[in-house]
Design a binder for this molecule. Structure first.
Ligand SMILES: Nc1ncnc2c1ncn2[C@@H]1O[C@H](COP(=O)(O)OP(=O)(O)O)[C@@H](O)[C@H]1O
Ligand SMILES: [Mg+2]
Length: 242
């Protein structure tokens, strides 16, 4: 099996859960400064692929590589330590902490020597404009998402896997989020793989798109080419799975 040298990649990933095949021979890669959209209808296997990439699910076949090193057998925690970050579909903040306390906890957990100035830098990066004594759980979905992105950025990640970051946001917020993510990716040469089940949202932000359906990659390429691919239309709009 040969892998080209991307920043982060997997090749030939197959996964079964509970005796059911969930992913078959899936490959995806991202380069520094690139946003790759991972799309596909609900149940296609997008989140399951993220679980394999971040080390929570062990695939029965395939390789995962970061910076050219094979990390297929590394734990979730090791992967996080060496630069793989992940966000979840629901922006859940920890317990009863305020915004300031959340930043403090993130600083201590990730890099004990980080200062409050690093947290202020990260908040600015994510356009987070809230009082730091606000309980994090009282923030709206968008501010909670910004807070979690800020906390991740203090870890100086190489790659961020984002599971449906636009979920629960209104259109103006999605536009702002796209700008924030693009700025982070450009300025720090981070690679982002972003799950989004709504194809049309990716044209604004993704450099490339990979389409998953029933656990297999059915199309890859620029958003423009993928959007007009008949296989992709069939997966989304025809009753192909009945
Ligand atoms: N822990 C699990 N055990 C068994 N089946 C699962 C598990 N997690 C997900 N699945 C199944 O795997 C398929 C893909 O799910 P998922 O990865 O969540 O898709 P997506 O994120 O694209 O909506 C679905 O059919 C789902 O029911
Ligand atoms: Mg999902």
């Amino acid at each position: 099996m040969s892998l080209k040298n991307s920043l982060f990649e997997c090749e030939g990933v197959s996964l079964s859960l509970g005796g059911r095949r969930i992913l078959t021979n899936v490959s995806i890669d991202v380069n520094p400064g690139e946003i790759v959209g991972l799309v596909g209808p609900n149940g296609a296997g997008k989140t399951s692929l993220f679980e394999v990439l971040c080390g929570r699910y062990i695939s029965e076949a395939g390789l995962v590589k970061l910076d050219g090193s094979d990390i297929t057998k590394e734990s979730f925690f090791k992967r996080a330590r060496i630069g793989l970050a992940r966000t979840y579909q629901s922006p859940v903040t920890p317990g009863s902490l305020t915004v300031g306390e959340t930043f403090r906890a993130a600083r201590k957990a990730f890099r004990p020597y980080l200062s409050v100035h690093d947290a202020e830098w990260a908040a600015r990066l994510a356009n987070l404009k809230v009082h730091w004594d606000t309980p994090a759980a009282a923030l709206g979905a968008f501010d909670r998402r910004k807070l979690l992105i800020s906390c991740l950025m203090m870890r100086n990640p190489k790659v961020i896997l984002m599971d449906e970051p636009a979920s629960g946001l209104i259109n103006a917020e999605i536009d702002e989020l796209d700008l924030i993510i693009r700025r982070i990716v450009d300025e720090y040469a981070i690679g982002v793989i972003m799950i989004e089940h709504r194809l049309e949202l990716l044209s604004a932000v993704a450099d490339r798109v990979v389409v998953l359906d029933l656990g297999e990659v059915i199309a890859k390429g620029s958003p423009e080419t993928v959007f007009v691919d008949p296989k992709v239309h069939a997966a989304y709009f025809e009753d192909a799975h009945a």
